[in-house]
Design a protein around this ligand. Sequence first.
Ligand SMILES: C[S@@+](CC[C@H](N)C(=O)[O-])C[C@H]1O[C@@H](n2cnc3c(N)ncnc32)[C@H](O)[C@@H]1O
Length: 280
Amino acid sequence: MLQQIYDALPTILQPVAKHTYQSAWTVYESAYYTVYPGKQRPAALHSSFVDSCFDSTNEYQSYRDEFFNGPAKEYLEEARREYDRLGGDGQFGGTDLDTGAALYALVRKYQPETIVETGVCNGCSTLFLLLALHENQTGQLYSIDYPFYADESLAEFKSETFDGYGGAAIPSDRDPGWIIPDDLRTRWTLRLGKAQEELPRLLDELPPVEFFIHDSEHSAPCMMMEFELAWTHLAEGGWILSDDIDWNDAWRIFTQVREPHQVGQIEPSMGYLRTSLKQH
Ligand SMILES: C[S@@+](CC[C@H](N)C(=O)[O-])C[C@H]1O[C@@H](n2cnc3c(N)ncnc32)[C@H](O)[C@@H]1O
């Protein structure tokens, strides 16, 4: 919504709007962390992610620069324009560019051969992961999605999945991941169906998985089921990442019980864990 207001402003006003928004956000953030002094700021969480997962800030920054100098932003902007043109009541949703840069950097650094993702929707996270695999010139991404179309009833979709579904939707005449350009699709396999049914089947067919990313149904039972399944199919030194870890207690309980080698957050709602340090 904010993005749409920003896009509709005359170009000359956009820098002023951006500056005002950022200043207001800084004031709000400072007030928030004064009231809740025990909480770690997103920036602190993020630097601890960079320190733990990369050899140096410079190394992380070089992957981030590569990401922002690449086509991701342009693909996403074009996809959003197309989405608005197509109409419908749905929300575009999806992983933002900053989180996308972090996913991209992890895949570029650790060069996974097998990535499994649940929750594709329009395809933002899928795009970021495929761009990294394309640059690595190795690896395959397997995604699972049970799509929600913009012309469907949200109440009906919620009753089929879970009550808290946020409403991210794909245009009614498109497939999940429709924003992915053709030249990135050779490293991608999409399976349609609920993660509860498709994920056990898929993981049984694949070699151990180096990266698993949850972004499908954020109900506690589904998240817990996905984490546990992924854990048993994870390669040594493998990673589990999850969006929306703050929606329920599944991630907190899972990481406490399984005690992975490393656990942290890329940003407040995106968690990661790693089973053990891989030689690289
Ligand atoms: C938040 S969106 C994913 C956003 C995507 N990762 C991105 O960055 O653009 C969640 C997706 O999961 C799908 N979904 C919901 N419940 C599901 C389930 N039980 N199994 C598989 N997919 C599901 C939704 O239809 C939607 O496409």
